[in-house]
Design a protein around this ligand. Structure first.
Ligand code: SF4
Length: 493
């Protein structure tokens, strides 16, 4: 174990980021360019916000066959090395970045880092996914009883074993067969020797984009990663669609029963990068709209609107524009607090938020401050930020939150604390306000959030347009594994 370091940035990350929901994965794939793995590395770098714990790339080259590299840490620290990239030749590659649900590198084995690879009678295939298979426990149990030998603890390995047992003739057909047994919310990129394959679950909960390069095609969790490699955005993969891409073009299949889409509304609020496009809408503009809605729903007399950087920034700008209250950077984020694998020390953990966020004292002294943040999960960071602002001499602190109260865990590929650890699961809005010790606390309403993402009539309660289970407790895909583990669903009203 390396010695403790006086500046333990891992501890800082943990203190600050444990109070956020965390997207667990990003996927990227390229077909039809020389050294596709280099493009995949760049794409994964642009998707790093979707998972910082580990990453992997599999490539295929006609002479060298399949090759893979899987590493802990940032993409830039691993997949920029010539010695690694030279081992990943070929015109076809897929990659994955992940965040560990267990929260610690020591608890995650490299065998859980995707993409996974399987050798079948008709050739090999690699697969990476973003999201969750909600019946993975039952599937794994059944597969093990029938003789499958699992090499990882990841639920996506079930797909490889289901494909191995399928009697279909080729990999795409075997994958279709496998996916019909799988329930959940996921986007997949996969590859064979000649094909790049993309799949979205029947509800399209997680994103997957199709891009075009001059000589090939790209699949990516977000459009911002297409931009970085100069790919043109073509379209989103449809909910329930499987695309099979070869040098001859794109074939589209629909292996799932047709259902109304339920895209994750939290992608608009927080997970996706603000320079991405989702559902034809700029994520940045949507977040600005959320701020405007919040200002209409929960106005307050104040001197300055300040974001909790960086994720609260567009909503704070929207709040300021709508309310006419000046916008200012009352909190400055140290952009260089990154991740290391140095073990935490208690004294640095206690400094926590201050190492990452610092109050602009001259600006806030004597002022009534509206602080705009994207969400409140446990409330630990919000309390510390409030203390810092008051210590700096602010006269009042009003929290405005760009999402409704997060009262339910996500089981669709987002790391959330257990329900009892979610502040909104155990407290009313007034109780949360008292607990955080702020002058006022308001969350955007669910209808307000829907209006901000373009649904002028708000949420259709009979047939919601998005997945909003972490706010509403209404899960569009039954979390069978979690129910087996004792999770209690919300009682029907
Ligand atoms: S539960 Fe929340 S975070 Fe999870 S997919 Fe649904 S909206 Fe997104």
């Amino acid at each position: 174990m390396p010695p403790a370091h006086p500046f333990d940035f891992d501890a800082v990350r943990d203190v600050c980021d444990d109070d956020k929901l965390k997207e667990e994965c990003g996927v990227f794939g390229v077909l039809g360019t020389t050294d596709a793995a280099n493009f995949v590395a760049l794409g994964l770098h642009a998707l790093q916000h979707r998972g910082q714990e580990a990453g992997g790339i599999v490539s295929y080259d006609a002479t060298q066959g399949f090759n893979s590299a899987r590493r802990f840490g940032y993409v830039r620290d691993n997949f920029t090395s010539q010695s690694i990239m030279e081992t990943l030749p070929g015109p076809l590659a897929i990659g994955h970045v992940r965040y560990s649900t267990s929260g610690s590198k020591a608890q995650t084995a490299i065998r859980d880092v995707q993409p996974f690879f399987g050798e079948f009678a008709m050739g090999g295939a690699a697969i990476a996914h973003n999201g969750n298979i909600t019946n993975a426990i039952a599937l794994r149990r059944e597969l093990i009883e029938r003789g499958s030998i699992f090499q990882s603890s990841s639920d996506s390995e079930c797909i490889i074993h289901l494909m191995a047992r399928s009697l279909q003739r080729n990999v795409p057909e075997r994958m279709e067969d496998a996916l019909r047994r799988v329930e959940g919310a996921f986007s997949i990129v996969a590859m064979t020797r000649t094909k790049l394959i993309g799949v979205r679950d029947a509800l399209g909960v997680r994103p997957l984009m199709l891009g075009k390069l001059p000589t090939g095609y790209v699949l990516s969790s977000e459009t911002c990663a297409l931009d970085i490699i100069g790919a043109e955005f073509v379209r989103e993969i449809e909910p329930g669609e499987m695309v099979v891409i070869t040098d001859d073009g794109i074939e589209s299949r629909f292996p799932f029963r047709s259902r109304k889409s339920r895209f994750c509304i939290f992608e608009h609020v927080y997970f996706s990068r603000p320079d991405s496009i989702l559902g034809g809408r700029s994520v940045y503009e949507t977040r600005e709209n959320i701020g405007r809605e919040l200002a209409k729903e929960a106005p307050v007399d104040a001197d300055l609107v300040c974001p909790v950087p960086d994720s609260g920034t567009p909503a704070a700008i929207g709040f300021s524009l709508e309310s006419g209250i000046p916008y200012a950077m009352g909190i400055i984020r140290n952009q260089y607090v990154g991740r290391t694998f140095i073990e935490p020390t208690e004294n640095i953990r206690n400094m926590g938020v201050r190492l990452k966020l610092n109050v602009n004292r001259a600006l806030v002294r004597g002022k009534r401050i509206i602080l705009v943040d994207d969400s409140v999960v446990r409330g630990t960071t919000s309390r510390k930020i409030k203390e810092m602002i008051l210590d700096a001499g602010a006269a009042e602190v009003h929290f405005r939150i760009a999402s409704p109260p997060t009262a339910w865990p996500c089981f669709y590929g987002v790391d959330t604390p257990q329900r009892e650890k979610l502040l909104a699961a155990t407290m009313s809005e007034d109780e949360m306000c008292a607990h955080l010790g702020v002058d006022s606390l308001k969350f955007i309403s669910l209808d307000g959030l829907y209006r901000a993402v373009g649904e002028a009539g708000g949420r259709d309660s009979a047939a919601p347009q998005y997945c909003d289970a972490c706010f509403s407790g209404e899960y569009p895909v039954e979390p069978a594994d979690m129910i087996e583990k004792g999770f209690e669903m919300k009682a029907a009203e």
